[in-house]
Design a binder for this molecule. Sequence first.
Ligand code: TRP
Length: 376
Amino acid sequence: MTKEPGNSRGGETGKGIEIDPWSSDMPADVEKLFEKFGLEKIPASVRKRFSSSHLFSRNIIIAHRDFAKWMKAADAKKEVAVLSGIKPSGDFHLGSKQTAEEIIFFQKQFGAKVYYAIADLEANADNGLSLEECRKNAVSNVADLLALGLDEKNAYIYRQSKENRVMNKAFLLSKRVTRATFEAIYGDKPVSLQMSVLVQMADIFLPQHEDFGGPKEVLVPVGLDQDPHIRLSRDLAFKERLVLPSATYHKFVKNLKGEAKMSKRDPDSMLWLSESAQSVEGKLKRAITGGRDTADEQRKLGGRVDECAIFDLCKMHFEADDKSLAFRRERCVKGKMLCGECKKEVIELALKWLGKHQETREKMLKRAEKIIAAQD
Ligand code: TRP
């Protein structure tokens, strides 16, 4: 989807701007990002260490900045934080699940305290939602987080608009950034988005606030689209004499139409965790696969598994067992299983996972309301 210049979100990505966090497009060439912005690959030793998690064993977390520095502190049992955020512009979708699973993994693995920013101000600036609508979505989002396994006792979940420490810091940070810097990183954007950036910087620095024990190592798991923010936060942390935040980056699940990034702006391209079985089934039936033009051809040549949105869903979300995933790939590329049969199995897997999640989530709604109400 291309963004129209001058729409409500405004602004056009300038020339040479590689990543626009507010667009649905991701650069096709991820390799180039490694070179141009100095992202680092996850070393084999780290992959091995965490091979019990599909996030690492399947190369879903593909890049990092300064992850070793954070791990060293965590391994030394120093107090460390893991922080991420979400725009509460709707229910959780598979992309939000992705980030949530990462912070939960780091919370469990290292006992790290989780900070989770509900970016209601950014949702207002970028998507036009009122703060009241954002509050409703926030409750739903927190219920998902809890259902996915977040330990709320070792977490601080907050809405940006209600967190004075963040708001004040955002204002104070404004004197550190010039318009030229903004334009170089983001292109020409409305002031509301520039303000959202400052608020996000303040989110990232919140764990280092003296109320939370002062400077410490902070890991920010995000999608690749958020790297411009990470770069700026590291620059500002230096100027603020704070510890430079580390980051891990995940790939995006292919959207159901076969494009690189799921977007809430195109509900048909993605799955929501709250979606009805009927709707999920319909979307998966219509989803793009790597199938050939005819069944004969597919039996002969095999499917193009790496182009398939259905296989991607299995890999990133619904096929828990590595062996079953390998078996699915093999049957596909050897032409032993056609798309219809595969889809039928995957629909079943997806519905089973979603059904169970929805049941747990329902039970978490009361807790979630309490967590959000604490800031009213
Ligand atoms: N900008 C992020 C998004 O679009 C949300 C967000 C707000 C965030 N504050 C954050 C992400 C801090 C990581 C860290 O989804």
